[in-house]
Design a protein around this ligand. Structure first.
Ligand code: PLP
Length: 465
């Protein structure tokens, strides 16, 4: 089969998959998961036709996907793919560019610079900020914190890239009690450790309590890590106050804003990111709220030289000219041209389209919370952004409802622990979600919850056994 026909088949199958998202259950059926064995078998010795391979992948693989790109997936903080981002991703796959160097892909290098400029604009960060296109917020945290590690140790007269951490001046790292696990992982990868951090207590919404910041001594290397958008509540750490106090002691402030940073793009939510622009580095995802296809994250560093010092490498054949060399800013050397989808989505949405995407999903989260509260369930957080926490009574009851909602398939919501209680966690992050999707999901959740044996009946049956 010709390449042309093969790609047309792929497009036809992809279109059918996307159409089916409206009607299929969100979670794959157990039958679909069982059939995954059909992808297995001994390694074949001889080649077979590409169209046969594509057909098997679609027939067996597509039903076994989680419909997380569809409009009624509210688990984790995921987001879907805007049509223009998906189409741009296909084209970029055809280009198969190595985005590491200007020499290997002038187009990828140019597009990344533009995508970076526009991202800084909509995120309301300084235009001279440096950036790296990475796989997601975990690597963006790693990259931003690597720049932080470089800068605070360089200020203390230590070259951490050349001399490592053994014998280096100690670095005080401050995090909120609600820091995302990936931020702690990034600290671990950087040799800064998970257990050596100073943890600042948080308030009822998970915000760092600025009044509990430890005293930071000027001249001693220190990094303060803030969060813009708590994965449970959507709450923001008090960035303005923390930045002012940290900077008074020459500390570096890094912000994990995996999804929350995008609140800056919606005028009615921008107050939430007050002071965030005062930080020194930021990590965010494009594959969550910006709705570009996986994988895509951005590490942003106010002083590009600190990022470059942490990430650059040299070899005789990595000639660098006057232009920004992408790989001098990223942990990776060879990588895909991730800037392409970000460029396409920002070009397509414009300022008002992006503001609408953010505002609309926040409003849908409020609609979710109001609907579930109206149905008699308890909302555990202040719904300020796109995140909603729901309790259905006891922990056991809440867990049962979550499992039953996932089995029902109308929508998909995950679970979490919040301040000692089990909760259903709802994140509205997908461009395609409508009011009708939310209403259908509320109805399904209420129906599923009502169909479970009542709490007292559960208590009686388990005590009778
Ligand atoms: C999702 C998330 C991360 C991790 O991002 P990945 O893209 O999965 O690497 C980090 N921090 C926060 C606050 C998040 O929501």
């Amino acid at each position: 089969m010709s390449l042309k026909i093969l790609l047309e088949h792929a497009a036809r199958r992809a279109n059918r998959y996307l159409d089916d998202l409206q009607t299929r259950g969100v979670a794959p059926t157990s039958d679909a998961l069982r059939r995954l064995g059909e992808l297995d078998g001994d390694m074949r010795s001889a080649p077979i036709d590409a169209s046969t391979v594509l057909a098997l992948l679609d027939d067996v693989g597509s039903p076994a996907t989680v419909a997380s790109t569809g409009p009624r997936y509210f688990g984790f903080v995921i987001g879907g793919s805007l049509p223009v981002g998906l189409a741009a991703s296909w084209l970029a796959s055809a280009w198969d560019q190595n985005a590491g160097l200007v020499a290997t892909s002038p187009v990828a290098a140019a597009i990344e610079e533009i995508a970076l400029k526009w991202s800084l604009d909509v995120l309301r960060l300084p235009a001279t900020t440096g950036g790296a296109f990475v796989t997601g917020a975990t690597m963006a945290n790693f990259t931003g914190l690597a720049a932080a590690r470089h800068a605070v140790l360089a200020a203390a007269g230590w070259d951490v890239e050349q001399d490592g951490l053994t014998g280096a001046p100690p670095v005080t790292v401050v995090v909120g009690a609600e820091a995302h696990a990936s931020l702690l992982k990034a600290l671990a990868l950087l040799g800064l450790g998970r257990n050596t951090v100073v943890t600042v207590p948080t308030d009822a919404q998970g915000r760092m309590r600025a009044d509990h910041l430890p005293a930071l001594a000027p001249g001693q290397p220190a990094i303060v890590c803030l969060q813009a958008g708590n994965v449970n509540t959507g709450a923001f750490d008090p960035a303005r106050e923390v930045c002012a106090r940290a900077h008074a002691a020459d500390a570096w402030v890094h912000v994990d804003g995996a999804f929350g940073l995008w609140a800056a793009a919606a005028p009615a939510r921008a107050h939430l990111v007050d002071g965030v622009a005062d930080a020194d580095s930021w990590a965010t995802d494009a594959h969550k709220w910006l709705n570009v296809p996986y994988d895509s994250g951005l590490a942003l560093v106010r002083e590009p030289a600190a990022l470059r010092a942490a990430m650059a490498q040299s070899a005789a054949y990595y000639i660098s000219g006057a232009q920004r060399e992408p790989m001098e800013y990223t942990p990776e050397t060879s990588r895909r041209a991730r800037g392409v989808e970000i460029w396409a989505v920002l070009r397509s949405l414009g300022r008002t389209g992006l503001a609408d995407l953010i505002e609309r999903t926040c409003a849908l989260a409020t609609r979710f919370a109001d609907g579930l509260r109206g149905a008699g369930y308890e909302i555990l957080n202040d719904v300020v952004l796109n995140q909603v926490l729901v309790s259905f009574g006891t922990d056991e009851r809440t867990r049962q409802v979550i499992a039953a909602v996932q089995r029902d398939g109308t929508c998909w919501c995950g679970g979490t622990r919040w301040h000692g209680r089990d909760a259903m966690r709802i994140s509205v992050s997908n461009w395609a979600t409508t009011e009708d999707d939310v209403d259908q999901s509320i109805a399904a959740i209420a129906r599923v919850a009502a169909s479970l044996p009542s709490q007292s009946a559960i208590g009686m049956s388990s005590s009778a056994r």
